[in-house]
Design a protein around this ligand. Structure first.
Ligand SMILES: [Zn+2]
Length: 381
């Protein structure tokens, strides 16, 4: 078919040409705006990524304030980024600003169309905020809310165990510790022991005994359980059984032998036990030191002196031991030792957590800092 273009244009009016031109211009404008929008979005994405990375770097460098500022700026660029808000809340928690952490974390719950996984994550974070604030009942509620979404969530189970432990609810701590993947027999033994100690305070000797026995079934060398089960037998008048249990402490963990020796009130029995244990462990520095201290209490100064000197020969040159020697030997004290008598020197036993490095002069079976059980190194300083 032959189309005569001259005829075609002659049939289009000037008004129709103007309309076509405007349509063309609008098409150009829409394309331009689309391009502009695309470029702007790319710019925002780039800025967001840069800002986000900067924030993460500040977290790594432990610059909490700078990290909060950077991540807050990132969040303004994309209010839908829940993970960033969660991080900002966590940073406030780390700074100890629990209220601000809670405001941010709780505000996330108000969002529509939250997926189950995100909701669970938000519940956990709110629970951790409350746990850090010491508001254990509220923390428990949110961890249980998280478990209602996914009863198998291991982190929720572990946090619930920890919060029961923090609130010294040993019975429930045991229940939840046994439910999460990561059960530790040392921890279970200590939880039974703590439960037993509570029963002992209530005067319920039989229940206390049962719990100490359960503890030893979990971990036969649990020092605290051995000591306390010994106490029960002592109260029942079964002295030999009590002495056997306390002796077991010295045999299995000589670094805790003082806890057992301090329980023996009868001087003659104590002296016999000391002789016996020194025969068995003549080279153990803890046995030597604690025996020296016990002999000193028994006013057997000569025996104590000999043991302190053995310790010095073994390289344990503790100022405390020098002070003890200076005090015992009095007028015979060599001049170089006399300076120690006037000095304030602390008891030389130091307990250090092998997990986090927390160190104290007071015994702890559960580290007050990292909350782990039975991670103790004992030193004579
Ligand atoms: Zn620790």
């Amino acid at each position: 078919m032959n189309i005569n273009l001259g005829n075609l244009f002659s049939t289009i009016t000037a008004q129709e040409i103007a309309v076509l031109f405007i349509v063309f211009l609008m098409g150009v404008l829409v394309s331009y705006l689309w391009m502009l929008g695309k470029q702007k979005k790319e710019n925002i994405d780039k800025k967001k990524l840069e800002s986000y990375m900067k924030g993460i770097n500040y977290i790594i460098e432990d610059e909490t304030d700078k990290a909060i500022k950077e991540l807050t700026d990132t969040a303004k660029l994309d209010p839908d980024m829940i993970d960033i808000y969660l991080s900002i809340g966590n940073l406030f928690r780390k700074k100890g600003e629990i209220n601000r952490a809670l405001i941010i974390h709780k505000s996330l719950l108000a969002r529509a169309n939250l997926g189950k996984d995100k909701k669970l994550e938000i519940y956990l974070n709110i629970g951790i905020d409350y746990k850090k604030a010491g508001l254990y009942d509220r923390a428990k509620k949110y961890f249980k809310d998280a478990l209602s979404i996914n009863p198998k969530n291991n982190l929720a189970k572990r946090l619930l165990y920890e919060v029961y432990e923090d609130s010294k609810d040993w019975e429930n701590a045991l229940v939840w510790h046994k439910r999460f993947d990561g059960v530790d027999k040392h921890t279970v033994a200590h939880l039974y022991t703590e439960l037993g100690k509570d029963k002992l305070k209530e005067g319920n000797l039989e229940e206390a005994k049962k719990n100490f026995e359960k503890a030893l079934k979990e971990h036969k060398s649990c020092i605290d359980a051995l000591l306390h089960l010994g106490d029960i037998y002592f109260q029942y008048g079964k002295l030999e059984k009590a002495y056997d249990l306390w002796e077991k402490v010295c045999i299995t963990k000589p670094e805790f032998c003082d806890l057992a020796l301090n329980r023996i009130q009868d001087d003659a029995i104590l002296e016999n036990k000391l002789k016996d244990i020194l025969n068995r462990f003549p080279d153990n520095v803890f046995i030597l030191f604690f025996s020296a201290e016990a002999f000193l209490k028994l006013q057997k100064d000569q025996k104590a002196t000999s043991l302190y000197k053995t310790l010095l020969k073994k390289g344990i040159k503790s100022p405390f031991i020098l002070k003890r020697l200076a005090e015992i030997e009095k007028e015979h004290t060599p001049k170089f030792l006399k300076i120690f008598t006037s000095k304030q020197i602390v008891y030389p036993i130091r307990y250090t957590c092998t997990n986090c490095g927390h160190s104290a002069g007071k015994l702890f079976f559960r580290c007050p800092k990292c909350k782990s059980w039975d991670k103790i190194r004992v030193d004579i300083i």
